[in-house]
Ligand binder design. Structure first.
Ligand code: ADP
Length: 597
């Protein structure tokens, strides 16, 4: 059926990339979080003190119970009441300190990880985004960081508190009755055996469930991006079927994980509490024979329950640790990703740009299709101030050529120079600052018209905004809007027409006022009257500056100083429109086909 199989395969393909082939190391999450936590030493110290005081107060509570049972009914002394009251108040304060400081720490650490990952993502080249869907990346940035937050902001705190409580509880149990304590400890090897036998299986199931969720994110993301196409082709049912299939996969994987985790927890709890019951029963006999006081037995029971519940929660914490370790691995993999656009020494920052551009035997193949050359042996030289146009059938390599100049990709062979400097030695940011790049469809962001214009020049004055919008034939439209430049345009500019979006994109370029223009015929989406006006503004702007335009219109090819005809990644002819019309058969055919005349 209509691409369904491959569509699903694409979604499910996410599994190998998000799921580590290697075994997820359970402690990975802890080593991953440590450098982030170090930054917050003060809060860490408050958290640790709260945890220790909290644990100590639980232990003290057991002693309070013992004193209360043994002496509290005599009405002779206030000591048992006061001791219990003080312990409970200390416990309450420590709980507040623990909850606030540990949770806050978790939030801060997660925010830092997210910031670092996002910053890293911005440094990667477009190639990365060809192999990783935005849904998948979002699931790492939001879902996986949440797993780490649960660990850092909750589970680790609980684990530390439980560990201290466990040791304290055990010592108090020992002090109360060695025999009963040793009997209780017999349960430990059984619990460890269950955790070891089941733990790895549960971790594997958790990773599979997470990967399935990433697949769902990707599918929804794509549906939202292409909502109009989905509606136009009446593909709602098809999409829902795809989604339902993915959702069932995720639910099945989650059910398997929860089932296994539930069984593990239930087994551990059953074993622990059965042994507590057995031990308490033996303890009652000791009270009857006078070996223990009633208070001792009550305190022992209290400590036994505390130790058992902390032990029982270990499997829960192990589960959190396993999930967070899977998440840490995925985020680490993202952080380890390097950009394939490498800047070679001396890593120049381009202070200004004259616009002398040369391609010397440049070839390029996209890494996803290494055997198919998108550009082959491209040679050309542009003097500053020249305007050239590139023509060619769709897929000939025109956009690829512009993208190489933008340093979105690195040539597979050959060199590109700009003002005589090898492009690869110029930092991408300093290069792009001087280029007005306009793809066929302007990319707008949610926010206001003003905010979208600031993309072109962050510190533009109001007068500059108006001037740029006038040049792009957008000012009169903005004047009709009650909120003017502060009108929100919706996600990706959905509240604007195609032409208005394009003009806004152009206004941005006008604001940038660059010495080099790389244009994918930005006026092709406009009606002919406004096209003519915008073209005039563009012509004025481009005077004395260099430009390469992918031509879709006759007016552009006629105006160009020189034309290059691209066919299957090669330049097959160059010259002016008249020259090419006179001698270049493929160009004549192209002009006729594209209705350029
Ligand atoms: P044009 O702009 O002339 O229509 P492109 O430069 O977009 O052509 O594409 C040139 C060739 O490179 C085409 O065969 C196209 O399929 C291929 N191509 C474009 N983008 C990618 C990509 N991201 N990954 C792999 N191949 C690509």
């Amino acid at each position: 059926m209509f691409r369904e199989t491959s569509y699903l395969e694409d979604r499910v393909m996410i599994t190998p990339s998000t799921q580590s082939g290697k075994k997820v190391r359970t402690l990975k999450a802890l080593s991953f979080l440590t450098p982030y936590a170090k930054k917050y030493r003060k809060h860490l110290a408050i958290a640790i003190v709260s945890l220790l005081v909290g644990a100590a107060s639980v232990i003290a509570l057991g002693h309070g119970v013992r004193v209360f049972v043994n002496e509290g009914f005599d009405h002779k002394s206030l000591y048992p009441f006061l001791f219990l009251l003080a312990t409970i108040l200390t416990m309450a304060c420590a709980s507040y300190g623990r909850l606030f400081s540990v949770s806050w720490l978790g939030e801060r650490i997660t925010a830092d990880i997210r910031t670092k990952a996002l910053n890293h993502l911005l440094g990667l080249s477009p190639r990365y985004y060809e192999t990783h869907g935005s849904g998948e990346i979002l699931s790492w940035l939001m879902g996986d960081t949440t797993q780490l937050q649960i660990l850092a902001g909750n589970s680790i705190g609980i684990a530390v508190r439980n560990m201290v409580t466990l040791l304290g509880g055990l010592s108090m149990m020992f002090a109360t009755s060695q025999k009963l304590t040793l009997l209780s400890l017999l349960v430990v090897p059984i619990v460890v055996a269950i955790l070891l036998a089941y733990g790895r299986y549960v971790r594997q199931l958790s990773t599979t469930a997470q990967s399935a969720l990433a697949g769902i994110s990707n599918a929804i993301e794509e549906m939202l991006e292409g909502i109009r196409t989905v509606l136009a082709f009446v593909r709602e049912k098809w999409f829902m079927e795809t989604y339902t299939h993915l959702s069932h996969q995720h639910l099945r994987a989650t059910a398997r994980h929860l089932h296994a985790r539930g069984i593990m927890t239930a087994l551990v709890i059953t074993v622990i509490f059965l042994s507590v019951c057995l031990v308490v029963w033996l303890g009652c006999k000791d009270v009857q024979t006078g070996n223990l006081t009633k208070g001792d037995l009550t305190a022992f029971m209290f400590y036994a329950v505390v130790v058992a519940s902390t032990g029982g929660s270990i499997s829960e914490i192990m589960g959190d640790l396993a999930r967070a370790s899977g998440a840490a691995e995925r985020i680490q993999r993202l952080l380890d990703e390097t950009s394939d656009v490498v800047t070679l020494p001396p890593m120049l920052r381009l202070p200004d740009l004259k616009g002398d551009i040369a391609f010397k035997e440049v070839s390029f193949a996209y890494s996803s299709r290494p055997d198919s050359m998108s550009l082959c042996d491209i040679n050309f030289h542009l003097q500053p101030g020249e305007h050239v146009a590139i023509v060619g059938e769709s897929g000939a390599g025109k956009s690829t050529l512009l993208q190489l100049l933008m340093r979105f990709y690195t040539p597979t062979a050959g060199t590109i120079t700009i003002d005589g400097i090898d492009l690869q030695t110029i930092t991408p940011e300093s290069l792009r600052k001087h280029i007005g790049w306009m793809p066929q469809e302007a990319t707008l962001f949610s926010g206001t018209i003003r905010e979208n214009l600031y993309v072109g020049k962050i510190d533009a004055t109001d007068a500059e905004l108006v001037e740029a919008c006038q040049a792009a034939q957008l000012a009169s439209f903005i004047a009709t809007l009650p909120q003017g430049y502060d009108t929100p345009i919706g996600v990706k500019g959905v509240r604007l027409s195609g032409g208005q979006r394009q003009r806004l994109g152009l206004a941005r370029i006008f604001l940038l006022d660059p010495p080099l223009f790389l244009l994918d015929e930005p006026t092709s989406a406009l009606d002919s009257s406004s096209e003519a006006e915008i073209q005039l503004a563009l012509d004025l702007m481009m005077q004395g500056r260099t430009s390469i335009t992918i031509a879709h219109r006759l007016s552009t090819v006629i105006r160009a100083d020189r034309l290059y005809v691209l066919e299957q990644g090669r330049i097959i002819a160059k010259g002016t429109h008249e020259e090419l019309m006179a001698f270049c058969g493929p160009y004549q055919a192209f002009v006729r086909q594209q209705n350029l005349v």
